[in-house]
Design a protein around this ligand. Structure first.
Ligand SMILES: [Fe+2]
Ligand SMILES: [Fe+2]
Length: 386
């Protein structure tokens, strides 16, 4: 049942209108605008519609309307104005102030009821549309959350598969993504972004975790070999870039122009390209190598240098810093190396944290993976938390 408030200083009119509506609506009558405003301020159940006599006492009617329409709590209440004033300017002013309808006196109650019913019907439709829109927004948010979770699910599985295949590479994926984040942030803050939007930052770091996923296709005998590779083994190892990019190419049609897929492809295929053109698999040089792959290349080599592998011992941060600095313009993009040098203290700190994390994971104390953490962060962002 709709509720209406009738505000009129004339008792006879007030009673006649009350009688007309009390069968179908819950009706409150007020003979003074100031008192009506006081009541509205106190109540928690607001009327859907108000009938206001323009000659009301207490507060001038236009001021009363203005106060209602400028208040967030009352602005949705429909206002039907009744008035003995025949001047069109008055009527126009009432509409300007937010009236939904304007009825001239003498009021025919049957006609008034028809016009008010019409307004209430419109209100009903408005409510339905609002409910529908809210439902749609909730559904969209639910689907967005679900597809995001699916993305994290698949990345989690692939990262896990990589670590099963090669214990070194699993943690390596996370470390590279972390170092890349530090370098990329520095570059983006310096205005070097090659068109990468800041909002894609998180997505890029997730894609970066998959850069070595092609290693799943490399035989264990090669992946875990201690000592130098034969030429054939080296070819097999190099193929991890092609295995990954071919797999992505095969299924990319399912999500055309998807940024996550594009970034993952660029980093998985081109992270072993060299700035001087002597890298693999395509021998691209300089700016022809996709930007994100140029950034990842530095993070990738840094982690490989400071980490233990089946075939080598780790070297120190300082030694790795020097090797990467010497590689500027040869193996690496000089702009990326400069960013690496500027951010080296943060990178060193991150490497220490990752080392501690890795030790804790080995000891079984770490139950919340990097992926879980970023997943929760993303969910919070989607829910508007900070
Ligand atoms: Fe690689
Ligand atoms: Fe790598």
């Amino acid at each position: 049942m709709h509720s209406i408030m009738i505000v009129d200083s004339n008792d006879t009119e007030l009673m006649a209108m009350q009688r007309a509506f009390e069968q179908s609506c819950s009706v409150v009558t007020m003979s003074n605008a100031k008192a009506a405003l006081g009541r509205l301020n106190k109540t928690t159940v607001l009327p859907d519609l108000m009938i206001i006599d323009l000659e009301i006492v207490g507060i001038p009617a236009f001021e009363f309307m203005g106060r209602l329409k400028s208040n967030d709590k009352f602005k949705e209440i429909s206002l039907v104005i009744i008035s003995g004033d025949k001047d069109t300017a008055t009527e126009l002013e009432a509409y300007r102030l937010g009236a939904s309808d304007f009825i001239h006196k003498p009021v025919n109650v049957t006609l008034l009821k028809k016009r008010v019913d019409l307004q209430l019907e419109v209100l009903g439709y408005k409510k339905q549309v609002h409910t529908h829109m809210t439902q749609l927004a909730q559904n969209a948010s639910f689907h967005a959350q679900n597809s995001l979770r699916l993305e994290y699910f698949l990345i989690g599985i692939i990262t896990d598969m990589i670590s099963v295949k090669d214990g070194f590479t699993g943690m390596h994926s996370i470390a590279v993504s972390r170092y890349m984040g530090i370098i990329l942030k520095d570059m983006m803050m310096s205005g070097i972004n090659y068109g990468i939007a800041a909002e894609d930052f998180e997505l890029i770091l997730l894609s970066a975790q998959l850069h070595d996923m092609g290693k799943i296709g490399v035989p264990d005998s090669v992946l875990r070999k201690e000592g130098k590779y034969t030429d054939e083994e080296f070819i097999q190892m190099k193929n991890h870039t092609v295995y990954a990019s071919n797999a992505i190419e095969r299924y990319a049609y399912l999500l055309p122009n998807n940024k996550f897929i594009i970034y993952t492809y660029q980093m998985a295929r081109y992270h072993h390209e060299r700035f001087d053109g002597n890298g693999y698999p395509d021998g691209l040089a300089g700016q022809n190598i996709p930007f994100l792959a140029r950034v990842l290349a530095v993070a990738d080599v840094y982690d490989a240098l400071i980490s233990k592998r089946s075939y080598k011992q780790p070297i120190t941060h300082e030694q790795a810093y020097n090797i990467i600095s010497q590689g500027a313009g040869v193996q690496f993009d000089p702009q990326v190396v400069s960013a690496f040098q500027r951010a080296q203290a943060d990178i060193f700190e991150a490497s220490r944290q990752l080392q501690a994390q890795s030790l804790a994971m080995q000891a079984g104390q770490q139950d919340q993976s990097e992926l879980h953490k970023s997943m929760e962060l993303k969910s919070k962002q989607m829910n508007g938390d900070n």
